[in-house]
Design a protein around this ligand. Structure first.
Ligand SMILES: [Zn+2]
Length: 441
């Protein structure tokens, strides 16, 4: 492309970046260098190349970002094609990140999109450190939490003071059917994902007793077949594969029988598929709005031309269009972004390791998934329990039924916890309370 065409191509951006205006930040200095930085140097990471990711990549490159990495471990499925518009039928089975990068690189001159076909956990600190910002369009809360933990682990503190040059801002978009949100996080300065984790309700699960004894909803019938009948009858000699029509058909038939038995209406093949695969319906327009908000924030962050979102935007398309923005607050003892060691109060001397693990999983602001626990007992490092490595799980399983006291833990003992929700080790401090009430907390 000739310099003249380049000039015309970015003339609208030049109007924003080379002139001042009433909405500019006071410290914004109009300059042609800003556009140059955006085009040549600003390096961003897009996490996820799905519904949000396709929109994000398209928006970013049309806004002048050209040094983009995109990471996604998923491959393209037929059901993606209605909204993940960088993919075609011939791409089914190929990696999303790779196909998306190739599409954009061939379509937009000067773009240099680098795909990474792997999970985010496969990359280390040095990878994440190279970016000016990370933009996240994920559907998994666990992955989002892990990424949040990773960006916080890059922070450098000197004498308790945060070194601001170590901050990698995170722009996070999320959608669920007709609802969505966008937020801007400056790790160490603004509230992080974990600070308001209790706003994310845990994924819908149905109590087993309801499923087994008093089903009321078609979902209960499907869950029953999935959780109880399938393992018992093992019709195909393997685990359920949500993409295998034979499996879904079997579950559909059995669920129908059960629904008829309890007089429950409304069971459909689609619903069965949804419950089995835990599908959250994706709406293209919600993705478009949220990705647009995120890309705008990225542009503001990169150019400083306007104040960024402070700090949480909510969108609801369910009935008309509704949106508002509020300032979420930091949690003083946040496990990820505060420097405070969390204390766990133990009131019952019979409190078992199993109780502690359940507490870590159920506590709304922790919601751990597979916590592995180690502690220093009598000057030695001891693994209390770890379920992610089979041999260690077998060796430590008997500890679950032991009380914390039997395991040699005392007041002020610290426990180190590893979990899939964070790349970091979380330290907890035990506080044994004297008293006659039972149970922790
Ligand atoms: Zn936090």
């Amino acid at each position: 492309m000739s310099p003249d065409q380049t000039h015309r191509r970015w003339s609208n951006l030049q109007k924003v970046l080379e002139r001042s205006g009433p909405f500019c930040r006071p410290d914004f200095e109009p300059s042609p260098e800003t556009l140059q930085f955006l085009l040549e140097n600003c390096k961003v990471l897009v996490v996820g190349a799905g519904g949000l990711g396709c929109e994000l990549l398209k928006n970013l490159v049309l806004m002048g970002f050209r040094q983009i990495h995109v990471i996604d471990m998923d491959t393209i499925e037929l059901s993606n094609l209605n909204r993940q518009f960088l993919f075609r039928h011939k791409d089914i089975g190929s990696y999303k990140a790779e196909v998306a990068a190739k599409f954009i690189n061939s379509r937009i001159p000067g773009c240099n999109i680098m795909p990474h076909n792997c999970e985010i956990q496969a990359k280390d600190e040095s990878f994440y450190q190279q970016f000016h910002m990370v933009i996240c369009g994920l559907d998994s809360i666990v992955a989002r939490r892990w990424l949040n933990g990773m960006l916080h682990s890059l922070l450098v503190y000197e004498n308790g003071e945060l070194d601001k040059s170590s901050i990698t801002p995170l722009i996070d978009g999320g959608t669920e059917a007709f609802k969505g949100n966008a937020r801007v996080i400056y790790p160490g300065l603004s509230p992080c994902i974990e600070c308001i984790l209790d706003l994310y309700p845990p994924q819908v699960t149905y109590p087993l007793c309801t499923i087994a004894n008093t089903p009321r909803l078609p979902e209960h019938c499907v869950e029953y077949v999935k959780v109880i009948q399938w393992p018992k009858e093992n019709p195909f000699d393997c685990a359920i594969d949500g993409d295998d029509p034979q499996h879904i058909n079997w579950i559909y038939e059995k669920s129908n029988e059960r629904a008829a038995q309890f007089g429950i209406q409304g069971l459909t093949y689609r619903l069965v598929q949804g419950v089995v695969k835990n599908i959250i319906p994706a709406v293209a327009s919600t993705n478009a709005v949220i990705a647009a908000a995120c890309a705008t924030e990225a542009f503001k962050l990169a150019t400083n031309c306007n104040a960024t979102l402070n700090n949480y935007m909510v969108l609801n398309n369910l009935d008309g269009v509704y949106t508002y923005t509020y300032e979420a607050e930091r949690k003083e003892d946040c496990l990820t972004c505060s420097q405070v060691v969390r204390e766990i109060e133990i009131k019952d001397p019979k409190y078992k390791l199993q109780d502690l693990i359940e507490f870590l999983c159920n506590q709304p602001d922790m919601q751990m998934k597979t916590p592995g626990l180690t502690a220093c007992v009598d000057g030695k490092n001891k693994t209390l329990y770890m379920c992610t490595v089979k041999s260690i799980e077998e060796r430590t399983r008997e500890n679950l039924s032991k009380t914390l006291i039997e395991l040699g833990l005392t007041n002020d003992s610290t426990i180190n916890v590893a979990d899939v929700t964070t790349p970091n080790i979380i330290t907890l401090k035990l506080k044994f309370l004297r008293g006659d009430s039972a149970g922790a907390q």
